[in-house]
Design a protein. Sequence first.
Length: 288
Amino acid sequence: MLLGIASPYKLKVRADKFLQVSRLIKQRRYAKEACDRGYVFINGKRAKPSEEVRPGDRITLDLPSGRVEVEVLEVPDGKSVSKEKSAKLYRVIGMPSAPSSLYNISMTRDQALALIKSSVPNKNLVKHMIACAACMRAMALRHGYDPDRWELAGLLHDLDVAETSEDFAKHGIVAVQRLRAMGFGDEEVLNAILAHAEKKPLETPMERALYAVDPTTGFIVACALMHPTKTLAGLDLEFLKKRFKERRFAAGASREQMASCESLEMSLDEFLTLCLEAMRGVAPELGL
């Protein structure tokens, strides 16, 4: 208090709350998660969600999408702060590029893989995402697009599957919200995640590819498990096509969705062959 006037600021606040009100991370639950995962440092030390933040502190966000370091200028005393005011709570003191680029930096495959492994407890679902990533990479190379970005779409498309298992209407939406909150801003990848979950129309080649690849990987795994060798190496196109016609086999793999590869000017034979070869490339990770 100064000259009898109450100040709108106090000397300290929880780390997760500061990250949220400053809009460095847009939602408090994701700010808490970032702390819990070890992405947040205060004055060089790993911070818990309850760690106290004071003016003058240096906060480092070492997110999968990029790194940023800020100095805390003010600590708000209140639950909400205007967007204009939130930007004045800190100043950026360390970043590999302009501040706005934090929301456009992508992830490496290793970072994305670490994220899904820590988010999805079901190992078979993790393998599904690895298989989709391999197929998406092959699809990108086939059509002349960036294979790293298409691979990310495959890896991240089911990021929220554990969180939305009992409310599948939110599948895709939660994943995109979470990735945005972490600073990931590749709109084409985010839209592909939404489109595969039918939360938006299929528009781009990446979206159409992921939509077709998603059930195809599960179908190919089911074929491998049925084959006498129990391996991807033992499969061939003839075996896949025969199982494709058996609608009761791997019934959850939509044949119509798989056949939508034709929207990318690929025959079903070419598509199945490409996906099989791509999955063979990651067979050790798939255990097949």
